[in-house]
Design a protein around this ligand. Sequence first.
Ligand SMILES: [Zn+2]
Ligand SMILES: [Zn+2]
Length: 312
Amino acid sequence: MDIRFWGVRGSLATPLSNEKLHEKLAAAIDMALKSDLKQGDDISAFIDGLQWKNKRTVGGDTSCIEVRAGETILVLDAGTGIRPLGQKLCQTIKEGPINANVLISHTHWDHISGIPFFAPAFRPGSRITFYIPEPRMEYSIRNQQDFEYFPVPLSPSFGFAQIPRGNPFYIDDIEIECIPLNHPGGSYGFRIKHEGKILVYATDSEYKDLSSDAVKPFTDFFQNADLLVFDAQYTISENIEKEDWGHSNIFTGIDMAIAAGVKNMVFTHHDPMSDDSVLADILYRAREYIKISQPDIDLRLFMAYEGLKMKI
Ligand SMILES: [Zn+2]
Ligand SMILES: [Zn+2]
């Protein structure tokens, strides 16, 4: 499976501010002045050598991940990140209809607000199917484009398929299982299996009770995943302050991933209050935590950012 992250913010789209851009530029220029960089030197190589927080950003779009499994296009959630994904699909598939399958974890805005801007829906003959874990979600998605909120109704290119309860279901040769998560109003995780590889998408979930009995349904669901995409919106202290807000933190994710034998974990659904510097620091501390507490465990940890590509 080829995986690409198009939107990694939780709660609300969070574009890079001019103030933060200024900080990055000031840090880069300071480094340039201290280095022996001269006119005509390779500026790209110099930029590559800067710290991550000074040369990149996680981006501002909300939840959306593209998964390619063989010829099948799977999309995980339809936050604002689905807009640039749609543009890219229209550029690469130059003519004819575009068919895609969108798994919806739940219908909070940060997971559905990009739908009206998904360009492939305007291609004649396109078929985009929303896979929804609960029937009420069709109303929520349609109602988002009620004239009260948006001038155009949901495109007829979109269809809905109810995810069956309890059993795996199939999209082409992809096997998918679904689990309810702990989130106000409900959210669902997906376990996606293709050609022996396993991707688990578990966003918008809080794990208050960390006893082994309480986490077992989730660690069973994460079992032996080649890649776990995990909601780590908060730091540990924020998680305690924001009890029952329905999100988790990276350290809880690491402990669960280790218990489940996960190979790679990406943390995502970044809080709008966390800037690139805060997120880079969380990644550093989390990698140190694994190194110190579990030196023999082979769990690779990544931070989601717009444009991150992974292959499993
Ligand atoms: Zn969310
Ligand atoms: Zn939510």
